[in-house]
Design a protein around this ligand. Sequence first.
Ligand code: ADP
Length: 656
Amino acid sequence: MTKFKKIIYILTVILMTQMFISKIHAKSTKDASFNVLVLNSYHQGHYWESNIAMGLKNYISNNNEPNINFKVEYLDFRVNHDKEYIKSLKDMLSKKYPKGSIDLIYAVNDESYEVFKKEVKNINSNFYKLPLLFSGVDNNLEETNKEKENMTGVYHRDDTLDLMILMQDLTPKVRYINIITEESGYGYSIYKEVTRIVDRYLKDQVKIRHIKSNYLEDITKELSEIKNSESTINIIGGEFQCKNLGKYKTPIEVINTIKNYSSAPIYSNDQTYMNAGILGGSIDIGQEQGSIIGEMIIKLKNGEKIENIKSVPEPKVKSYVDYNSIYEYNINPFSVIKDVVVLNKDPFELLIPTWMKGVLIFLQIISIIIIIGIIIIFIRFRNDKLKRIEIQKRAKEREKLKSDFIVNLSHELRTPINIILGTTKVLEKSLEKGNLDKDYILSKLENVDKNAYRLLKISNNIIDMTKAESGMLKLNLENCNIVCVVEDIFESSIDFARRKNIDMVFDTECEEVKVAIDIFQIQRVILNLLSNAIKFTPENGVISVYIYKEKENVVIEVKDNGVGISKEKVDYIFHRFYQVDNLYTRHNEGSGIGLCIVKEIIDIHDGKIQIESEINKGSTFKICLPRHLKVNEMQNEGSSIKDINKIVDLEMSDVY
Ligand code: ADP
């Protein structure tokens, strides 16, 4: 082979390979997309056609078919349906979709089917021999197989009979039927079908009137001329425009307007009106038909022959009623048979007559009242029980406190009595032995004296407590300088504190605060607090007394850094007989009634006593006394030291 021939050979091979590749490419591009021309008979937004489109779109996307292209056209046959319009449409579509650009035609509804079933048979048409799918088309049994060649789809089932059965169930007394439709093939078919059924089953019983127009104004005008009767019903189908605006009214607007002119129940087999406030109907669901068409399109795209895909009737219609309309039109709810779907009914609502609903509501109210009554009785019973338990608990506590008190008291009484008896015995023995040492005898007598005071303190406390309980504790009020009263008592207690090596500090904000008090009782109060502080503060502790004025009160604080009292026990500290430690665990003497009397005395002075305490840190008792003065009263500077010593000896008699 010459060099030139070789080059020619290589070029030819490259050229052929190129052509082969582009052929495959061209084929695959064509294979990849499948163009479906969707011919809607009516306008964009037509309810039933939109529902079909929705079902179709969902089916295609659920089946993952991205390469199917839908070229959607709205032929608007409702506006115009004459020969000239149809011809211009055909011309326009031929120009828009040249031969080979479309793989399949889908005619939605009769009108577009009627036109394009001729086109696919027309040898001069761009759409010649294209497979044709249809839906919503009446099954014309007269069409020959030849005529039906290359076509398949979903036939419209005659759902008028179902509608008439529903109508007979719900409104059996019907004598007049107003058929309200748009002026179109669809509207006429509704009229035709209803008339056929009436002629067949209800001849001479029911009269039909066809009210047809594309404009709502015409419909209402005609309706207003008809006398409303109880035995009338309306059947509606199609869509209606407003004459002035030329705009389609929404289904709800249409129904509401009709209701203004006719009180008769409205039925419809048109899915458009399903939730627009009509009584009910028997409908085929557009979405279901869309799915069937979708399945057929995919089969055709995948190479299946159209003659192998059989035409099917549309899925069985479903009868439905609107729950609210049943009551609006006074329909007997029991006339709704089992298979009928009830729309707009909440799950807890019952399909029963209104009077029955009233009885049910009444029964519900009664049962709610009974339940509330039972709950109230139960709560009362429970509260009473809790109260009884609380009272019993308190009574038990009181009993326990009382018996503890008696045990303490007998211990308290026995100790000084034993000491007194013991000491007198010792003195007797000493005298028998002739031991007449004066200091020795005096110290023994002092011991007898102290314990006799202790007995006196106990008996005084018991008497005062009983007096306080019966409201007999009376005050002998005198105007005096309370700072002096407190300071005197404080100084007399220092000796007792010193025995335990406890530091005593006195401080006051002002030297003189005049108030009307029962000096003796206030002395007892301060002494009681100080004796407790000394008793419950360990060696080397500090006890301080601080006096200051508030707007209306004088405040006396007695503070120690002793054992303190736990939070739970602080609340009981002023109760009668209460002692934080019981007889067997306590380290100090006492009957447990001191603070109770302190509180009673402060209360009858119209004052307040509070305590702040923390375990192992100490306690602070705060007394607030109102700065009242007794009128026409000479000022008293406080009791004499002699008096005080007696009281101090008495109150401190249990401090060791
Ligand atoms: P008692 O005569 O037994 O002291 P009180 O009524 O005066 O009775 O006191 C009741 C109890 O309160 C005491 O037994 C003690 O447990 C507790 N208490 C009172 N004052 C103090 C204090 N300053 N520090 C710790 N505990 C105290």
